[in-house]
Design a protein. Structure first.
Lengths: 467, 760
């Protein structure tokens, strides 16, 4: 049986654990505020807040309920728009009204949930932060400007009324209803172990599975790893960073330790899907989905990561470079679980950088993405690990290009020649994300961008880019 | 004497729906409680774009527990026909299929998942025929959906002879998916006597009613259509909501059960039509002073597999082919081409944007060739008071030059351009671009007959007021505006007024909510109804207070007042009720003056025009090929806006949609007619980071047109066309990096085209 708290109600249900959370909320619970628009995680109209007990307090994150498996709600506090409603409009709702942030209204509950949720999940609030909190919410009517103004009003109100942004303060200033005060103790009373439902499919956040096969997932036989505590840790030891496969992109974004391992990586996370999706998307899911344009896959390839696969208690390590064998084919046996990912933390002489270009700059899948980790010692490229996505059947580690670069002088003609090697190594095809010619050109550009980051003054770029 | 509401000052901003929207309490179609026994419909559609249906096997689907019925065209009780303008669109395919997404069968099942599985189990064997996706190919094969259109003024052949500069070229604009967030859908409930009530997410309740009646073979009075509101339409639910309503109606008619169908997003994207893609050629001629003397263009519209609204869209393309400019000699031809894509349909702007894009391209082309800024040519040719459009109407209250001048002054255009130029001198791998987009958009349905509306007003005995019109609320704020009109006419608070659902039994024979004209038409009908009741109250007051015929009486501040005599609104209502005075009225309005002769393509088709000017600046990353919009600064002619905040929202929203159309929204069909961008993962619309960092909008306060409701000009469609400036601003930034860029004039300007342009 799955148990969780939906708004202020305890839910105990025998509904199939693979049910999409949105269907459960709208159909079983007849709460119609969250909207069904895309069932792809692409619009945020179905957004809910998901609160999880962490060290005695509840930590809230936004998610798109249309592709959230019901089982991942187990033991948590789920807040839909109805869970924020009180007698009077909340300051967030009032701000949306006052700034005319709603037109047809279909996207609006999602925006209100994301904005309210931002207050719940952050201690320090900023203009950039509150906008980022709605980066996964799409509105077709307003053009967003009025919603930006609403966000501004919310921040003003918080600054005025709330010296400390916490649950108690939010309840006192009527941002959220009083029942939020009891949630942490109520969650403690819930059974924590996630009920399992067979063994056929390993289910992480579901952001790939529910988009690819929504109907099958409803009745699926699966083992849920999202809340597996053994796969939720992030560690640093002996110059390596390692983390469990169920760690999400959002977890890494927020993690102090990961930030130590890869400083200044905020720009990378901003390029990865949306806040809601990052909160659901596990790294294990990203790697095993084996998409040729998986962002974290490319990033981890360039970090020359090693992964651990386990079956019946036995584990083995595989270099990520060796893992991909063909389109969606991996060195993975039936029943194996990806448990851990590990990479060497780049040192002072390393230059790590990530590039991504997509049709829409943010909240989109890459046309081409590229990551590089170069060791540069006295003008020399001593080691090179680079990976590029979207230009072949697998997320591609640039074996040949890297070997070519290693030991060479960091100079213009090296890059010139390396581009030739790169061109022979990649095999882009035309599809919805661009023509083969475009992807080839883009891969070259991102390759150049990588070196521009290392040293913008190093080459005569005019020549390099054919001017 | 009747009062004139326009004289009253309180044209206040408000949005009646907002408090419910922000609480998630607004009820849309899919939020209605379902009746017990409701069946769920789902269409099995063609997976081949053109071909003969050889065989259909439904055995496995019928064997699935929970499947109740599978309906084919044989089961349709009336006509298998849903075409609006021309009867060429079957509801369910019979012998042939004409596009991927064309419905063939309808599955009815006990729940949605079962319906989904059943559709997947149906085998349809189709023998493929030749597939056409390109309008030019269709044109060459004489596959036209309707008669070609032709507009002409002056004599272009003679004029070109005299022109100093003549340029010819090609321009192409892509389609656009509406992405109304609420998907298409309908819910039919049988009444027991054979009649049906249909809840539909439509902009055109009457179109749905008429179509359903035809498909069922019943009279219109057997079909009641009700719309509470819709979660976005943008034209996509003007004509194309009828199919889903017909499907549930047939299902309900045959099973005597309630039947519901809400399209999944993927179905909606595959099965419904979009903004028409166009391919065009142009020829522009200028004299030594850069005055445009002649313009010719041929427009090839990709109409899709059935006519839908294509001829009307095509006509508006010609109306707007010279945008905001005066051109003395014009000769344009337009063709609606039949292809094997879903029938394309109305989309905010209705063909106007596609026309304007070609004109702006021609000017840009000429400017490049002449080595001047396009703004020079644009400014020299702006429309002026009294100028004649190529279709014979004379420009009145023409604000083309005023909005341009005001924009240049207020936003310091010279400084803006200098900032762009300075930036470009300093930065090698990042370039800025600036473009100006003036707009001129005609308000009215171009089909004169459609410019009429009705409204029903009840004043209840307790003083509260209920109003019904033919307008459908879809986010454009028409509900708020209707409530304002009634409150202003009666001099009461807006809280006293309730707007009812749009329902064909209360207000019949309506035109769809479209053409930006809904508030004008319905508002004026509503005014007519309110005026009738007002007159009865004045007469009653006159009798009660023994006033003379010409005594000044007013309904204001919740009272009726004549000199020292005063009664509260509730008192006069109550008195009228006691005296058995009719407290209800039905209003009617049809736009005067307008007319258009389709044979000569001349007349006065528009009640008035809306003008504006937008300045767009962007920054292009010349390494990666992506871009951001720094600012869009607009001066817009609102007339005398009755609800500024709502109108502002229309500008900001329309602009974002226009930018989306011109930049990232790319419909990709392969040669088999298959939509490759058939989900929101692949079809991208603007997110919060894609819209301009700064949007500034200045109201050019003008007198307003008399034919606009309360002199507040229509605002729904015009701002979309400001988005065309986004295309040219990027183009200009690319030219700053690579002056020789051989970029074709093809919208949308995707990041792919930008990068290819930068490095050609
Ligand atoms: C709207 C949207 C935007 C997106 N944007 C991006 C983006 O910008 N960049 C990007 O890279 N991706 C993006 N994705 C894709 C997706 O979010 C990621 O691939 C994500 O990391 C998948 O993780 P998950 O936990 O949700 O995977 P799931 O869907 O749960 O699983 C994916 C696959 O991995 C398997 N799996 C999961 N965990 C394990 C495990 N521990 N061991 C073995 N097998 C396992 C599953 O069986 C399944 O085959 C986006 C997805 C959506 C819906
Ligand atoms: S419905 Fe679009 S993200 Fe869930
Ligand atoms: S208000 Fe209509 S989609 Fe946002």
């Amino acid at each position: 049986m799955i148990q969780f708290i939906l708004n202020d109600q305890l839910i105990q249900t025998d509904a199939p654990p693979g049910t999409a959370l949105l269907d459960f909320i709208r159909k079983d619970q007849q709460l119609k505020g969250a909207k069904l628009v895309c069932k792809e995680g692409e619009c945020g109209a179905c957004s809910v807040m998901v609160g999880k007990l962490e060290k005695g307090t509840v930590f809230y994150q936004s998610m798109t309920s249309c592709i959230t498996p019901l089982v991942n709600a187990h033991g948590k506090h789920i807040v839909s728009i109805e869970g924020f409603n009180m007698e009077e409009l909340t300051p967030v709702q009032q701000a949306m009204v006052d700034s005319y942030g709603t037109q047809c209204g279909f996207c609006t509950p999602g925006f209100v949930v994301s904005l309210s949720g931002y207050l719940l999940s952050n201690k320090t609030l900023t203009k950039e932060g509150i906008i980022a909190a709605i980066d996964g919410n799409i509105c077709r009517c307003t053009g967003y400007k009025s919603i930006e103004r609403a966000a501004g009003l919310v921040l003003e109100k918080v600054k005025k009324d709330l010296p400390v942004v916490d649950i108690e303060g939010l309840v006192k200033s009527k941002f959220i209803p009083a029942y939020f005060m009891d949630i942490s103790s109520r969650l403690k009373d819930l059974e924590q172990a996630t009920p399992q439902n067979g063994n056929a499919i390993r289910l992480g956040g579901g952001t790939d599975l529910y988009v690819q096969k929504p109907v099958e997932m409803y009745e699926s036989d699966h083992v849920a790893v999202y809340d597996n505590s053994a796969m939720n840790q992030i560690e640093i030891a002996d110059g390596f960073c390692s983390f469990g496969a169920a760690v999400t992109m959002g977890d890494l974004y927020r993690s102090e330790l990961f930030n130590q391992a890869l400083p200044d990586s905020d720009y990378i996370f901003k390029l990865l899907s949306s806040t809601q999706i990052r909160n659901m998307a596990t790294i294990g899911g990203n790697l095993v989905n084996a998409s040729p344009i998986g962002d974290f896959t490319i990033l981890l390839l360039a970090l020359d990561s090693e992964i651990t696969l386990e079956k019946n208690g036995n584990g083995r390590s595989v270099s990520l470079k060796e893992f991909y064998k063909g389109y969606k084919k991996m060195d993975m046996q039936e029943g194996e679980v990806l448990t851990k990912i590990k990479f060497k933390i780049p040192g002072a002489k390393n230059h790590f950088h990530f590039e991504k270009v997509s049709q829409r700059k943010y909240f989109d899948i890459a046309s081409v993405n590229l990551a590089g980790n170069l060791t540069i010692e006295e003008d020399k490229i001593t080691t090179a690990h680079m990976a590029v996505g979207g230009v072949g059947p697998v997320p591609m580690y640039l074996q040949k290009t890297c070997s070519f670069l290693e030991g060479k002088k960091l100079a213009e003609d090296t890059i010139d020649s390396a581009i030739e090697v790169l061109n022979n190594e990649i095999t882009p095809i035309s599809d919805a994300r661009g023509s083969a010619d475009y992807k080839r050109l883009l891969a070259r550009q991102l390759f150049i961008a990588q070196f521009l980051e290392v040293n913008p003054g190093l080459f005569n770029l005019k020549k390099l880019i054919g001017q | 004497m009747t009062s004139n509401p326009t004289k009253k000052k309180n044209k206040k901003s408000f949005n009646i729906d907002a408090p419910l929207h922000v609480s998630g309490k607004t009820q849309y179609l899919d939020d209605m409680p379902e009746l017990a026994g409701t069946l769920f419909a789902k269409a099995c559609y063609a997976k081949v774009a053109h071909g003969y249906i050889k065989d259909i096997d439904t055995t496995a689907a019928l064997a699935l527990p929970g499947v109740v019925k599978i309906i084919s065209h044989f089961d349709i009780p009336g006509e298998n026909e849903i075409g609006g303008i021309i009867q060429d669109e079957p509801l369910l395919a019979e012998v042939e299929v004409h596009f991927i997404g064309m419905p063939i069968l309808i599955v009815l099942a006990k729940d949605e998942i079962t319906a989904h599985k059943a559709v997947d189990l149906i085998q349809v064997d189709i023998q493929e025929k030749e597939i056409i996706t390109d309008p030019i190919v269709a044109f060459e094969k004489n596959e036209l959906l309707s008669q070609p259109l032709h507009f002409q003024s002056g004599n272009t052949a003679d004029a070109f002879e005299k022109c100093k500069y003549v340029y010819e070229g090609k321009a192409e604009s892509g389609g656009q998916e509406h992405v109304y967030l609420e998907p298409q859908g309908a819910y039919a409930i049988p009444n027991g006597d054979g009649s049906l009530k249909i809840y539909s997410s439509t902009q055109g309740p009457t179109a749905v009613q008429r179509t359903v009646a035809k498909v069922l073979g019943v009279s219109m009075n057997q079909v009641e259509v009700d719309v509470n509101r819709i979660g976005g339409g943008f034209g996509g639910k003007e004509d194309q909501a009828s199919a889903w309503a017909s499907i549930v109606a047939v299902g309900s008619y045959l099973t005597k059960k309630p039947v519901k169908y809400i399209l999944e997003r993927g179905e909606d994207l595959q099965m419904t039509g979009k903004r028409h893609p166009y391919k065009n050629t142009y020829k522009i001629g200028l004299d030594a002073e850069y005055k445009i003397q002649a313009f010719e263009a041929d427009f090839y519209q990709n109409g899709g597999a059935a006519t839908d609204l294509s001829p009307a869209v095509l006509q508006r393309t010609l109306f707007h082919a010279t945008n905001s400019y005066f051109v003395p000699n014009v000769n344009t031809h337009a063709y609606s081409c039949r292809t094997n894509l879903p029938p394309n349909t109305a989309f905010r702007g209705f063909g106007g944007p596609q026309g304007m894009f070609v004109m702006e391209t021609a000017i840009h082309h000429a400017a490049r060739a002449l080595g001047v800024s396009p703004t020079v040519i644009q400014e020299k040719n702006l429309l002026f008071e009294g100028a004649e459009f190529c279709y014979g109407q004379i420009a009145k209250e023409c604000e083309a030059q005023n909005t341009w001048k005001e924009a240049a002054r207020k936003y310091d255009l010279a400084r803006m351009q200098k900032e762009v130029d300075d930036y470009n001198l300093k930065n090698s791998y990042s370039k800025k671009g600036l473009a100006i987009m003036p707009i001129c958009f005609g308000i009215s349905f171009t089909n004169t007959q459609m410019n009429n509306a009705r409204a029903l007003v009840h004043v209840y005995q307790d003083g509260s007021v209920g109003i019904s019109t033919g307008a459908v609320e879809m986010g454009q704020g028409v509900s708020s505006k209707m409530i304002q009109v009634a409150a202003l006419c009666f001099g009461i608070d807006t809280e006293q007024v309730k707007l009812e659902t749009t329902n064909t039994t209360r207000v019949a024979n309506t035109s769809p909510t479209a053409a930006s004209a809904t508030a004008d038409l319905n508002g004026k009908a509503l005014q007519d109804a309110c005026d009738q009741i007002q007159k009865r109250f004045y007469e009653l007051a006159r009798q009660t207070w023994s006033l003379s015929e010409d005594a000044a009486i007013q309904l204001t501040q919740n009272s009726i007042v004549a000199g020292d005599n005063k009664m509260s609104w509730n008192e006069i209502v109550s008195l009228a009720f006691q005296k058995r005075i009719n407290l209800s009225a039905k209003g009617h309005y049809s736009t005067p003056i307008i007319h258009f002769d389709t044979k000569t393509s001349k007349g006065h088709p528009f009640a008035y025009h809306v003008y504006g000017t937008a300045i767009t600046t962007c920054t292009v990353d010349c390494i990666r090929g992506n871009y951001e919009f720094d600012a869009v600064k607009i001066v817009h002619d609102f007339g005398s806006s009755m609800n500024r905040a709502v109108d502002l929202g229309q500008i900001e929203g329309g602009l974002a949609q226009g930018i989306g159309w011109m930049t990232m929204e790319e419909l990709i069909y392969n040669e088999k007619g298959q939509l490759k961008s058939g989900n929101l993962a692949n079809y991208k619309i603007p997110d919060i980071y894609s819209v301009p960092k700064e949007v500034e909008i200045h109201y050019l306060d003008t007198k307003g047109a008399d034919l606009a409701i309360l002199k507040s000009k229509a605002v729904g469609e015009p701002p979309l066309m400001y988005g065309i400036g986004a295309y040219f601003s990027i183009f200009n930034a690319i030219l700053a990096f690579n002056p020789k860029a051989k970029l074709p004039y093809e919208a949308p300007m995707t990041v792919e085209k930008v990068l290819m342009g930068l490095y050609q």
